[in-house]
Design a protein around this ligand. Structure first.
Ligand SMILES: [Zn+2]
Ligand SMILES: [Zn+2]
Length: 82
């Protein structure tokens, strides 16, 4: 007999994973909102990063130095022009 216990555990674990929240404004990052994952792995709203990028030197969540990668800078420049 095969118990579906493992399946239930997996499902409950998945449902308990909190939605990612932005470390700058503390709000949940909805899937339809533009976000950016820094090299340290923390995710922020793109608009929050744009506001703070010039003054941010470390990640507000894990204090890793922020590497302002070309991808991020290009994305922000693109956003500013839009
Ligand atoms: Zn935010
Ligand atoms: Zn981080």
């Amino acid at each position: 007999m095969c118990f579906p216990l493992t399946e239930c555990l997996v499902v409950s674990q998945i449902s308990q994973i909190p939605e990612p929240s932005c470390g700058i404004c503390d709000l949940t990052i909805a899937p339809d909102v533009e976000s950016y994952e820094l090299d340290c792995g923390c995710t922020y709203h793109l608009c929050c990063l744009m506001d703070d990028l010039e003054v941010l030197v470390e990640c507000p969540q894990c204090k890793e130095e922020i590497i302002k990668s070309d991808a991020l800078v290009l994305m922000i420049l693109h956003q500013l022009q839009a």
